[in-house]
Design a protein around this ligand. Sequence first.
Ligand code: ADP
Ligand code: MG
Length: 394
Amino acid sequence: MKKTLKDMDFKGKKVLVRVDFNVPLKDGVVGDKTRIKAALPTIEYLIKEEAKVLLISHLGRPGGEVKSDLKMDPVAKALANLLNKEVKKADDCIGDELKKAANNLENGEVLLLENSRFYAGEKKNDPEFAKKLASLADLYVNDAFGAAHRAHATTVGVTEYLPAAAGFLMQRELNALGEVMENPASPFVAIMGGAKVSDKIDVIKNLINKVDKLIVAGGIANTFLLAKGYEVGDSLVEADKVELAKELMAEAEEKGVEIVLPIDVVIADDFSNDANTKTVSVEKVPAGWQILDCGGPQSLENYKEIIKTAKTVIWNGPLGVFEMEKFAHGTVELAKALAESDAHSVIGGGDSAAAINEAGVAEKMSHISTGGGASLMFFEGKELPGVAALDDVE
Ligand code: ADP
Ligand code: MG
């Protein structure tokens, strides 16, 4: 068990809080505020406990130098609006001036530090940089589940020098994902979609030991179809992963896990929303056409049957190129089916979460993870460095 907010005394203490404020910016204004909202319970708790709150996050990919369009000022504004409270904004995330500013905070005040990735030491997990960050505060809280799969200075390095606990969001994610990986009610079904087999190999390998059925869909299904001897035309495939797909299917069979491939698919003569489309059996994908949605009527019927009897479902990766309306049907219908089912449903992956939001059924899911890469690493059965680095409860 990792330490959480309830295990620490915050009154009058300077608390460095790693949040995931890596939000989309447009014309200097924050677009989707979901990530900021997700951190509010922790921030509000620390304010109430009369801590001096120092918030730190990365934003975008500035590559270790100051990029004026990736400064945190718009984030400070959005946060102040959401908190209905003043949020101070620092021009740096380390240094003597900032130290002074931190020391001058009153209890319950909030100071947002500048983008941690303006320093190369962040991604390198440089101990000197981490030490400078840590010297600003008395305590450290990590609430950035979305960055916990990375061993960076703000997620791992600082924990060498400060008492370190999980924030509420981190705790909620660890509980939800931990429960489903350690104690899933069966039948346990995993749905894996998305574009790249290589991204999902370790997840599939781990899940074969845990699930009863594994639905392989999205672009990754193509490589599995190829491994089964089907022609997939111009579909996205990873030719160098065909052997691996064969091995994974053999391993699944040995373990009594059913790998469920699409039965019929939506194909297109071009990777475009203006393409001509047809729905065909997976046995009949003509040359020159590509599979862009696994959600043909028979595939969907099959998926719905499986979901209906499942007690636990985890889902990562859309069933098709859902960004284009013509190929979103399978993903949307699956989201709706999951919303209607009684299964405990856990969603990981940025695009999957976006698809579920678009389908308007987010509220019906048991848990939608805020971390793409982090939730994948969890499904891989690996310990996240940003979690491992936190203090254990004595
Ligand atoms: P997540 O972010 O939920 O983990 P991924 O990033 O792995 O999901 O995959 C999402 C991407 O997969 C989407 O951009 C989608 O367009 C793409 N995709 C899904 N099916 C196909 C397909 N048949 N061909 C090409 N790309 C696909
Ligand atoms: Mg993605």
